[in-house]
Ligand binder design. Structure first.
Ligand SMILES: [Zn+2]
Length: 68
């Protein structure tokens, strides 16, 4: 059974998917994981947790994804 990525909406063969946090609380494909989730996590490591900057980073990444 194929899973649907919670970020790009594409079906993928990954049996479990990847944790899509902090983009959303679902599972995503490997492409989104390496392309979006991991870089976002790294950016968030340099921002204070729960700060406005952290919120902005997540918001911008989500917006960019919707525009594509
Ligand atoms: Zn994806």
């Amino acid at each position: 059974m194929k899973l649907e990525c919670n970020i790009c909406g594409q079906e993928h063969d990954d049996p479990y998917g990847h944790n899509a946090e902090p983009i959303n609380d679902g599972r995503c494909c490997a492409v989104c994981n390496f392309d979006i989730v991991l870089p976002t996590r790294i950016r968030l490591m340099f921002a204070d947790k729960g700060s406005k900057v952290a919120e902005m980073i997540v918001k911008q990444v989500k917006q960019r994804k919707l525009e594509e």
